[in-house]
Design a binder for this molecule. Sequence first.
Ligand code: AMP
Length: 426
Amino acid sequence: MKVLIVGGGGREHALAWKCAQEARVSRVFVAPGNAGTALEPKVENVDIAAEDIEALLGFAHQTGIALTIVGPEGPLVAGIVDRFNAAGLRCFGPNRAAAQLEGSKAHAKDFLKRHRIPTASYATFTRANFDPQYLRAQRLPLVIKADGLAAGKGVIICETHDQAIAASRGMLEGDFGAAGETIVVEEFLAGEEVSFIVIAHERQVLPLATSQDHKRRDDGDRGPNTGGMGAYSPAPLVTASTHARIMADVIEPTLSGLAADGIAYTGFLYAGLMIGADGTPNVLEFNCRFGDPETQPIMMRLRSDLTTLCEAALDGRLDRCEAAWDARAALGVVMAAGGYPESYRKGEPISGLEAAARLPGKVFHAGTQLTGGNVVTSGGRVLCAVGLGVDVRSAQRQAYDLVAAIHWNLVQYRRDIGWRAIAREA
Ligand code: AMP
């Protein structure tokens, strides 16, 4: 069976690597992929952008692709699944209507409120009805969010009312393009964040291993927000009772709410949750796809075949499925270009990848490219080095041994990925 993975980041390298290990999978194509997927056995890059749905469809037809798995949200929100299905091709992910859960934060908040799923209180505004007095009446800090997709950058946490009003005006006046035409003004929630990712098919659900990521750039969870600087699985914060509460209070009402709204959701569903001091899970956001970098440690732990789970969901057999997991913990450290998440250089040659490949663990590529046989940087987040271990502490050690073997000019990474989990283990 031939599989197509859409996307070119670390998440897609991990998905492709995982699918390529299956005996029944003859070849994995990645569009557009990166240097990591180009070098992976049984995997081949295809020079088609993730957003070019017509070209992807043509390739899938010509090549006899049996299953397409979509990595990023862009093509999902643009309707890639609807297009593939209409052409009789199997494509794993939510359709365009279902992907609105991520495509519009205002839509997601209204959905959460309507179905009484715990989330921060909020109001939405456009330029036409923006009300600074509403903001002044709210408690601080205040969270201002652009409604649409903003590559993980459309959230500003404001410590003063003036700052919140300025951030709102900036978004409404086009700082984030069309994504900011509507904004969500939200109550700030204290607590610890976890990523809760499931495979869903209508009312059927298969929860995947729990994980936590680090969104801030600098050690101690300080500095600017990023796409994610590291992640680990499992998340010790999610005890058995918290897990049961998340399933009962968030995941099940979400799936029944979607069904009640007439939306058939199939695909990965990622709930970004803030777990309060008393264990209450509040939904911060939904993503209609797998997380990056959570995918990398989670795929390292998944023992079951991924394509089997995706096909079970597509066939409505998810309720008869179980996923098997490596009992060990996995931890991934993102190696980023100096200057990320602002401006950074591309084209820096990366050294030490061969030495790292001889060590235990796995280095997944994200922003890399093959140039004349050499691997060079081509993005902000460049690599994710993943270690395994009996606990998060030893997985961290293995991951940083990989990191120590690799170098390029102006590389940056955090030195404390997993610190909360390790403190809990101690
Ligand atoms: P989002 O894209 O909505 O997940 O927001 C990005 C990040 O902003 C989250 O991962 C949180 O760290 C933070 N955040 C978003 N909403 C809130 C909130 N209501 N309270 C506290 N932090 C938040």
